[in-house]
Design a protein around this ligand. Sequence first.
Ligand code: PA5
Length: 411
Amino acid sequence: MLNWKINSTHESNPSDAAYTEAVQAYQKTIGSPEIGFFNLPKNRELLAESVKVFERFKHKKYFIHVGIGGSALGPEMILKALGNRSGVEFVFVNNIDPDDLHRQLESVNLSEALIYVVSKSGTTAETVAAMSILIGQLEGAGVKEKDFKDYFVFCTDPVKGELRKLSSQWGVATLTIPSNVGGRFSVLTPVGFLPALFSGIDVQDILEGAEDIQRHLSDPKIGAEFFRLAFWLKDLHDKGIRQTVIMPYSSLLKEYSAWFVQLWAESLGKEGKGLTPIPAYGATDQHSQMQLFMEGPADKVLLLIEVENFSKDFSLKNSLSGESFKNLAPFKLSQLMKAEFEGTLMALRENGRHVVHLKMPAVQEEYLGQLILFAECLTVMVGNLLKVDPFNQPGVEAGKKFANAWLKNNQ
Ligand code: PA5
């Protein structure tokens, strides 16, 4: 099971009354019918729907995932962490850079591709733009509208939005993002399931892992460590320590950092409050951002993730006489990673930095499920303590309005 420990000189001691009140408010949030993410691990119907669609299209050679923000970061994180174990080639169209899209589409044979368009709202400009381009390319290759159902699968809100409308008009298989699950909390829905199934990942195990940790993230006694962590982060926020470095010691979890950044920033950064996330990964960032984390402004909390077991390893045995080679010869590569992790942890502690040491037994389905639910619940608990709504994003909406106005004025 995932576990975590605070390494810091700061101690948080909320009164019993404050603790009880905050835990109850959080339990109310995660139990509310309007908030669906917490119960997703138990919902196997969404997986069953996704498996049906996978069975129908599993002959496809390319999987083009079209989506942005919460509709892309989660699936990319799962695939990078657990690996593509099938022969299917994946393309993530998650931006509107024309040069990049050209390059991406050059590597794809559209006649053998499944295009998975993911958008909760069904109206996001970047996603609609990419979809329009792909429709144009299919039409250019002679594909008729009546045959779009053989190329597209949609994933969207159960009732609302353009994709829902098109889905019935074209007869396109359409998976559901429950209406009470917002984009950045949607990775454990068909948003993440379908690409995971195409890459041979065991989705059931991800869900079981997430289910295993649920009680630790909701029960005031079993989850005391979790609630303490949220209070501690809130205390530090109030003292001006408002930057959160998320740093797994694993290349496979690099996209986890990217996913966490969206969750943490978009959920907590509002009304003048928030914790700025900084993505990093070890050991690579020890040769980059670590100098700043160690000796720069003391305004950061570091969430360091240690992977306890790697599934493969290398011996560093060698017969070279140079000091640096000789020193490493008795060890394995994973032991060097461990040494660097421990060394950094101790140095940060000595420098009085605030660290959370998360231990992940291995980068495997069940533990990734735990790491996902852990981050989502922590975001909500901290959001509640900061008294911000972790589920909205008014600041993003404001930018969209101006962009739409620009489009209208420049027609
Ligand atoms: O978390 C969110 O709600 C957003 O980041 C969305 O995921 C993002 O804006 C994409 O929206 P949609 O899925 O509606 O296309």
